[in-house]
Each structure stands twice: as C-alpha cells, then as structure tokens.
Design a protein around this ligand. Structure first.
Ligand SMILES: *Cc1c(COP(=O)(O)O)cnc(C)c1O
Length: 387
C-alpha cells in the first residue's frame, strides 16, 4: 500500500470502476520532476502504460512530453499532453509516416534498414523546416529480466540493433540519438550495470550524439528505488558524452495511484469457497493472466492467512478467468465491494470487452476531494468495435 491510508468513500461508486487518486499521481510526478531537476534530463510519459488523458493537463506540468508506440498514441500525446512527442515502433508503415512526421519531434528507428527506408522523407521534412530528430534503438544484448516476453534482449529478439549489425549497416548521417530499452520494473543498480555494457559496446558512437534515451522499466516511484544512483547514472552519461539523457517510464508514472473497485455478485463452493465478481481478470486486468501477477485487495490476505479463503473469479465464461485466492476476516457477502490496488497502469490501456462484458468506468478522486466519473461505457462502445 501507499503512504496514504485508503480514505475514499466508495459507498456510491458504480462498479466495476477504475478509481485513480490524483493526489498519488501528483506525488509520482513530483518524484520524477525531482530527477529531471537534479540532472537536467528529460522525462517522458510512455503512454502505452497509462493513457488516461484527462490527467495529462496535471501531468504535463511535471514531465517534458510523451512517447508513443504507435501513430494513435503519438496523436493522443500531441493533442492532449503537449511538450515533446517521441515515437518508437519496431517497424513503421509507409502509409503512416507522413502523419508521424507531422506529429512527432523525435522518431526512433529499430534498425538502419528502417532509417534508410524513411530517411528521405525525414530529410525532406527537415528541409521544409520541420524540427525532427531521429534515433536508432540499440540492443546491448544485456538485460536482467527473467521472463522472456518482457525481455527485449532474449535470443532472437526483434527489438533494437545489436553491435554487430550496427557496425555492418552504419549510416549515422542525420541520426541524433541512441535509444535502449532493456529494463522492466527494475531498480537503478540494474541500470548501472546495463550502462556499463552499453558504454563498452556503443561508447564510441554515443560521443557523436545529441541524446541518449534510457527507455522505460525504471521503477523510480517505488519506495525502495534508489533515486540517487539514477541521478548519478544520468549525470555520468550526460557529462562523459556531452549528451542529453531521456527517460521514458510508463509504469513508474502511475505506480500505486489507483484502484479497481468491484462488487461480489455470487458466492458458491466447489471444494473451496468461490466468489464471482463483476470484474474480470481477462477483460479488466489482463496482466493478472499475462504477467502473471497477483493484485492486492485492501483488507485481504494470502490464502489461509485470515479466517475465510475464497477463489475470486470473473463474470466471463472463460474457465481461467480467475483473479486469485484471497482470505478475509469475515465471510464475503453478495453486494460487498472489494478494492484492488495498483490498478492504474497497464489496465485501462489493455482492457477489452470479451464476452460482451462492459468496460469499467473511469473515476478520479481529484485534488480537492471530489469523486468524478470521467468516463462510463455503454453498449455502443462494445458495438462500435464490431461489425
Ligand atoms: C514499454 C516501454 C516503455 C515503458 O516501460 P515501463 O516498463 O512501463 O516503464 C518505454 N519505452 C519503450 C520503448 C517501451 O517499449
């Protein structure tokens, strides 16, 4: 849990709903801003983790801009956040490049092959007065991530250019930066070890760049994160190579800032106590099945820890739509609300309407204490994605 006690009155909250606490989001923004103030580096919101654009006006007071994984995210960042608009994708579509160039001030290419494919377009735009800087994503072939689906450096990874290919295909004319993204929910000691490898391999090229982008995966707003070490890593690179450093955290921007409030719909038993909720792991918190991970529930414990243990499942017909096993002090009751914590990031951006299950409403607890429904979804939202 966070330093704030959970003090939001959920009696009248519709369920399921994501409830973001603007106070906690602001606190994360303050931590991130303290890093850019201490170093002069620039920090961008990686929108793929958190695209709740109603919060962008507040967040844009603390961060330098956004980064995008696609044309649509780039457009959202440009329209709603402002500041710098960066983009990286493993490969760009010819048909989207003109719009990407018009929206973005920084484009990171996954390879020199991609750079060569779009170089003329970029050069043309520059000649026409568009300020646009380009980078190459490198793969330092060093990551400390155990799970392959989150490891951009696994054998055969398509993400980034290894040193061997980099040197074979070298075409740095017009390239202003290098980008690496090799971390996931990690502390700055991992960054420090990663930088050693990056410098050993790519140090010669870093000297000629305007900027180095350290990617995301920095768990900067986590309680035990060593911010001082991050600051010294950033300073070291900026001073040694005379470059500007960019960080583009996704998860760290919204870590521990929101909840998913759900209601118990039914109770039953099959060798153990079961509860069916009006929220679904498959639809509303897909990372519970994909990562996988176990979200916390306020007031609940691990199975067996408290008197009454239940397996919590969703309202879909997917057998595996199970959130997990949790124990409670008192027996659960139909109609009771449960509050899942840390539900801001990688939830709204990944949810879906499988089984025709409606999306959770999006609510915010504003800085002045109001509970505001930012968005509620209807049948039309479901239907509009189908034909
Ligand atoms: C996913 C991603 C990020 C954000 O990662 P987090 O783990 O959410 O901080 C940043 N940059 C790139 C290129 C990414 O793919």
């Amino acid at each position: 849990m966070t330093e704030f006690e959970f003090d939001i009155d959920i009696t009248n909250i519709p369920t399921p709903s994501y409830l973001v606490d603007e106070r906690l989001l602001k606190k994360n923004m303050e931590v991130l801003k303290s890093v850019s103030e201490a170093t002069g580096c620039r920090i961008l919101l990686a929108q793929k983790a958190f695209s709740m654009f109603s919060m962008y006006p507040m967040m844009s007071g603390y961060l330098s801009g956004t980064t995008a994984s696609s044309l649509f995210e780039a457009r959202l960042g440009k329209e709603e956040f402002g500041g710098e608009t960066h983009i990286f994708a493993p490969a760009y579509k010819d048909s989207e490049m003109d719009e990407i160039i018009s929206l973005c001030d920084h484009i990171v290419f996954n390879s020199f092959a991609q750079w060569k494919r779009f170089k003329n377009k970029v050069m043309e735009a520059r000649r026409a007065g568009k300020k646009i800087e380009c980078g190459i994503r490198i793969n330092p072939e060093y990551a400390e991530i155990e799970t392959d689906i989150y490891n951009p450096c696994f054998t055969g990874s398509r993400l980034g250019t290894t040193l061997k290919t980099f040197e074979e295909e070298l075409d740095l004319e017009g390239i202003d930066g290098l980008h690496f993204h090799t971390m996931c929910e990690q502390n700055s000691d991992t960054l420090e070890r990663t930088l050693k490898v990056v410098e050993e391999k790519f140090g010669t090229y870093m000297k000629n760049m305007k900027w180095i982008n350290f990617g995301g995966g920095h768990h900067i707003t986590r309680k035990d994160y060593d911010v001082e070490r991050l600051i010294s890593c950033v300073n070291h690179v900026q001073e040694t190579y005379d470059v500007k450093v960019y960080l583009e955290p996704g998860e760290a921007t919204a870590l521990n800032t929101g909840y998913l409030v759900a209601t118990v719909l039914e109770l039953s038993e099959n060798g153990m106590n079961l509860a069916i909720l009006d929220t679904s792991a498959a639809c509303h918190m897909p990372d519970v099945l994909e990562m996988p991970y176990r979200p916390e529930i306020i007031g609940a414990g691990k199975p067996g820890e408290k008197a009454y243990t239940y397996r919590l499942g969703g309202p879909t017909c997917l057998a595996g739509d199970v959130i997990g096993d949790y124990s409670f002090q008192e027996p659960l009751k139909v109609g009771q609300k449960l509050v899942f914590t840390d539900m801001s990031h990688y939830t709204m951006v990944k949810n879906n309407t499988f089984n025709g299950i409606n999306l959770p409403s999006i609510l915010v607890r504003t800085l002045d204490g109001e509970i505001k429904t930012v968005r509620a979804f209807t049948y039309q939202d479901f239907k509009n994605r189908l034909s």
